[in-house]
Write a protein that binds this ligand. Structure first.
Ligand code: ADP
Ligand code: ASP
Ligand code: MG
Length: 405
């Protein structure tokens, strides 16, 4: 639709933390303008202001309604978008800001975890045609049926940016953050982590889903579905960053080691081992929107079994409420929650054609006296649930074994 070159640039919380950071962001935008690009910008809320807003809500209410939570949290990105636009205007660049709903970002109705369904983007296109820098608030949208503002889940500005890039037919989407790109492990924890120059959507999706918070998993899904190249790089260092795309030159056996310590393990014990039980348990959990991750059903003894699964810590309260009901309904003995668990994963497309990778991972953990309580795999990932107190050590030994060696 647009013959011109178009780019979407997203700036994360640290990149827009204060007015001096916003001035650097403006330079990044103007650089692209000077190169002949039309630019659409997606800012996050300033610094840790989303967390601060959540704290304020919790001071006043034990269980704020999801609707008011979204009204509150969507305000974070609105502050950044208007400040950035004012600054660009003051520098002589024509710019204006839009909320998610003004930009036509249509989502499902689930507050706090809405999914983008469609982007009409009329006002964004009008702005681009006039040559304006259009700034669209990240992390938020609008549901047509409920006529409510929604938010997309933590890290959701990444999804706004890549979905917008897809809808507008942008050449690429740049994700500016506080690290120089995607690393072989979280660079804040592993000093020897290496910057990855290029990675496939499939591998990045596994990395994001298993804890590499640098890109929200859903943004990678949009990138893959619409073939939008995603470039992750630092706002403050002028570097090439990491490119996430369909095909890369060389597929490593293990590209990265990720960890997630924001999950809890639930065990429903003494459940009658009959057909349909798992369906009842996970059906009820899916009704409340639980993102169940790993599942293990024990061997049954005298037609009684235990079922364990992991889910995000933020859903712990809701899952416990549901388990209380299910446990009564199924005449189970009860349930148990283990908060001291974490998940460690290795990811690599080269695993598909290499045998023995999983067993090497188990052996490395075993040699270091790290006990594994659950295992799950995909063709390009192996994950183990271990004790949260072992996570940093596990990350170090696996990074050493599979990346540094
Ligand atoms: P933003 O606010 O810019 O969206 P995030 O905090 O969401 O930034 O994501 C950047 C953070 O992701 C980094 O500070 C880093 O600690 C973390 N991270 C975790 N795993 C990785 C990884 N494999 N590569 C790069 N960063 C990672
Ligand atoms: N401000 C939101 C968050 O902190 C969205 C984002 O930054 O991507 O999760
Ligand atoms: Mg983020």
């Amino acid at each position: 639709m647009f013959p011109m070159k178009l780019i979407v640039q997203k700036f994360g919380g640290t990149s827009v933390a204060d007015t001096s950071a916003l001035k650097i962001v403006a330079e990044r935008i103007i650089d692209r303008k000077k190169q002949g690009y039309e630019v659409v910008v997606v800012p996050s809320a300033m610094g840790s202001s989303t967390d601060e807003l959540i704290d304020l809500a919790n001071e006043l209410s034990a269980k704020p309604t999801p609707r008011e939570m979204d009204m509150l949290l969507s305000a974070g990105e609105r502050i950044t978008m208007s400040l950035l636009s004012m600054h660009l205007n003051s520098l002589g660049h024509s710019s204006f800001s839009l909320t998610g709903s003004q930009a036509g970002i249509i989502t499902t109705s689930r507050h706090g975890k809405a999914e983008i369904e469609e982007i009409s983007g009329e006002r964004v296109r009008e702005g681009i045609e006039r040559g304006d820098i259009v700034i669209v608030a990240g992390f938020q949208g609008f549901n047509r049926d409920t006529r409510e503002i929604t938010t997309l889940g933590r890290g959701g500005s990444d999804a706004t940016a890549v979905a917008l890039a897809a809808a507008l037919g942008a050449e690429k989407c740049e994700i500016f953050t506080d690290v120089e790109g995607v690393f072989t492990a979280d660079p804040r924890i592993i000093d020897s982590a290496k910057l990855i120059d290029e990675i496939t959507y499939d591998e990045m999706l596994e990395m994001s889903s298993s804890g590499a918070g640098v890109l929200m998993a859903r943004s990678v899904e949009f990138g893959r579905r619409y073939n939008v190249p995603i470039i992750v790089k630092s706002t403050f260092a002028n570097n090439k960053g990491t490119i996430v795309k369909e095909k890369i030159m060389e597929e490593a056996i293990v590209s990265g080691v990720t960890h997630n310590d924001k999950e809890v393990k639930f065990t429903l014990f003494g459940v009658p081992d009959q057909p349909g039980i798992a369906g009842t348990v996970f059906g009820s959990l899916s009704e409340i929107g639980t993102n169940v991750d790993m599942i293990v059903q024990n061997v049954s003894k005298e037609s009684i079994t235990d079922i364990s699964f992991t889910a995000p810590s933020e859903q712990q309260k809701d899952v416990e409420d549901t388990l209380k009901n299910i446990s009564k309904k199924l005449d189970a003995k009860g349930y148990d929650v283990d908060e001291n668990i974490a998940r460690i994963s290795i990811i690599g497309a080269g695993m598909k054609s290499e045998s023995g990778v999983a067993s090497k991972m188990f052996k490395t953990l075993g040699d270091n006296k790290i006990n594994i309580s659950m295992i799950s795999t995909s063709p390009i990932r192996v994950s183990c649930v271990i004790s949260s107190s072992d996570i940093e050590r596990a990350l170090n030994v696996l990074h050493e074994e599979f990346i540094t060696k």
